[in-house]
Design a binder for this molecule. Structure first.
Ligand SMILES: Cc1cc2nc3c(=O)[nH]c(=O)nc-3n(C[C@H](O)[C@H](O)[C@H](O)COP(=O)(O)OP(=O)(O)OC[C@H]3O[C@@H](n4cnc5c(N)ncnc54)[C@H](O)[C@@H]3O)c2cc1C
Length: 341
């Protein structure tokens, strides 16, 4: 169990975490008892996570408005999208991105998803749909069995870039899927309307050749939603620019020496806090296309799968081109026979 927790707690298709958060939240299990048990497990990762729980309570006592007001105060001026259609699609698991949809459906029906999936859907809301993190916080408060004002707010603040500890990664909805659900079992369970898709396309049906979609009885836009956004990279770039604009507008909250954000503490003192390297780079190189510190996580599986998909599409194209050419020859032949008569 411990080995799986250390290395594979991300898996969506296996239960590799403890699932004790609702019991901890409602006081049915004491965190001290859990800590005592966990000492024998030799899982530093687990102990770290348990400690984060206390960290969030400490943060909430320092910043009582943690659930609604950016801790990095200048991020109040950040531009966000306000598309209600996108928010609804995210909440109801109808974004057209299978892993995001599967997780949001599980959350709605069971009131729980694992930590990795919470990061995936949060990254999607914030960095790709560019919707305000407070929307995510509110939805999680409404739907999670373990909904906890302190932990939930701390995590959404950090994901939303304005928390004390900015996440240094962004989860790509397809690359994350290949990591946590490599054979698509999880997506098939929660998105049964696309279950018949072969593994290569289960996490990106929009790349599936039309003939295979037809064979699986899938009509994108009808039986399963089209993607709410298709230009993921463009959306991510815009989100990056939104943060850089805030930092440009408020040089008084950027430490001149290190480039880190400055956060005013409740007693008035301003302290520098760790800031994502890609934000610091972009501030000084606004036109640069390739940011060497990009935070989007990519995996080797994605590249392998992309090659397989390109091959399948090429084959599909060749097959339909050959089909067309056979039909054309038949039509020509018929026409000549008709003329000969
Ligand atoms: C956007 C977002 C929102 C979240 N909202 C909540 C929430 O409202 N309530 C909640 O309990 N957890 C929240 N978490 C943290 C974490 O996802 C859950 O605690 C965990 O998934 C619960 O499952 P588990 O008991 O199997 O966790 P395990 O991984 O087995 O961890 C054991 C316990 O450690 C604590 N813990 C684990 N991860 C974290 C963390 N990242 N921060 C603080 N404590 C942690 C929890 O009490 C958890 O029950 C959130 C995470 C994210 C990314």
């Amino acid at each position: 169990g411990v080995r799986k927790y250390e290395k594979e707690s991300c898996r969506a298709d296996h239960l590799n975490t403890c699932r004790i958060s609702p019991y901890l939240h409602f006081g049915q299990i004491s965190p001290r008892a859990v800590l005592e048990e966990a000492r024998h497990m030799k899982s530093p990762k687990f102990l770290r996570k348990l400690a984060w729980r206390d960290l969030s309570y400490w943060l909430l006592t320092l910043w009582p408005d943690l659930p609604s007001q950016p801790t990095r105060v200048h991020y109040r001026d950040q531009a966000w999208s306000r598309d209600p259609g996108h928010l609804k699609a995210w909440q109801r698991g109808r974004t057209g991105f299978p892993l995001v949809d599967a997780a949001m459906r599980q959350l709605w029906l069971e009131g729980w998803i694992n930590n990795y999936l919470r990061h995936v859907v949060a990254s999607f809301l914030i960095s790709y749909l560019r919707l305000h993190w407070v929307e995510g916080y509110r939805w999680f408060q409404d739907t999670l069995l373990d909904a906890d004002v302190a932990i939930n707010a701390m995590m959404w603040q950090n994901g939303g870039m304005s928390g004390l500890d900015q996440w240094n990664f962004v989860m790509h909805p397809v690359d994350a899927a290949l990591t946590c659900d490599p054979d698509g079992a999880y997506v098939r369970k929660w998105c049964p309307e696309i279950a018949a898709l072969p593994n290569d396309f289960i996490h990106q049906p929009w790349k599936c050749p039309p003939s295979i979609l037809r064979r699986c009885g899938i009509k994108l836009g009808e039986t399963y939603p089209n993607r709410v956004i298709s230009d993921l990279e463009g959306a991510r770039e815009q989100s990056l620019t939104d943060v850089v604009n805030v930092r440009k507008k408020h040089p008084e909250f950027v430490d001149r020496r290190t480039g880190n954000d400055l956060v005013p503490l409740p007693d008035g003192l301003c302290v520098p806090v760790i800031t994502r390297k890609e934000f610091k780079y972009k501030l000084h190189h606004p036109e640069a296309k390739d940011n060497p510190h990009t935070a989007v996580l990519r995996g080797y599986r994605s590249r392998k799968r992309d090659e397989a998909i390109a091959f399948a599409n090429e084959r599909d194209f060749m097959a339909s081109a050959m089909n067309e050419s056979v039909k054309l020859t038949e039509r020509r032949l018929k026409a000549t026979q008709y003329e000969a008569l």
